[in-house]
Design a protein. Structure first.
Length: 180
């Protein structure tokens, strides 16, 4: 790619500890940076709130998928036993709901699991095989023992020089620019 066709995606800093990352994330939000991304090898208590992470819609989508799965499973059984193939077995009523419970339960679980999987995959825009953060120096350490904070360049009023200076004031191990 030609040098002039590239554009700045963000500025990233590497920190040695989770506490340093958390402090920098809180300071970034207080400094007015709206698009703050943090990368860590494990969950850090309070980091989601510090970067302004929105509430997840995955639980609601999972519930919706479970309800739809259970409802469709029950209706499928009811239709086949009462409407399509009504067979009197042992004098039981055609709509004998206790025999529908196991399949309804299993389809409820299946519907919830598939909805949760889809919500996570599509909600995180996966798979993303070519993301600018993958090009950051030592970003592979984010899976082992390093912590990264990125300030996105697509927010209004973003100035790369000012953001780089602000990140340096947080005393990171390294700072780098990410290009798209």
């Amino acid at each position: 790619m030609a040098e002039e066709a590239r554009r700045l995606w963000g500025v990233m800093a590497e920190f040695a500890t989770a506490d340093a990352l958390l402090a920098a994330a809180r300071a970034a939000r207080e400094a007015g940076y709206g698009h703050v991304h943090a990368y860590s090898p494990f969950a850090i208590e309070g980091l989601a709130e510090a970067v302004g992470f929105p509430r997840s819609r995955v639980p609601a989508i999972t519930l919706l998928g479970a309800v739809l799965g259970g409802l469709l499973g029950y209706l499928m059984q009811w239709y086949s036993a009462v409407v399509a193939y009504p067979i009197n077995v042992g004098g039981r009523p055609l709509h004998s709901w206790p025999m529908f419970v196991p399949v309804t339960f299993e389809l409820t679980v299946l519907g919830g699991a598939l909805a949760a999987f889809g919500a996570v995959i599509f909600g995180n825009r996966l798979p993303d095989l070519a993301h600018p953060v993958f090009e950051a120096p030592d970003f592979d350490l984010a899976m082992r023992n390093r912590f990264f904070l990125c300030l996105r360049a697509d927010e209004p009023g973003f100035e790369a020089k000012r953001a780089a200076e602000w990140l340096e004031s947080q005393q990171p191990l390294k700072r780098s620019e990410l290009w798209w």
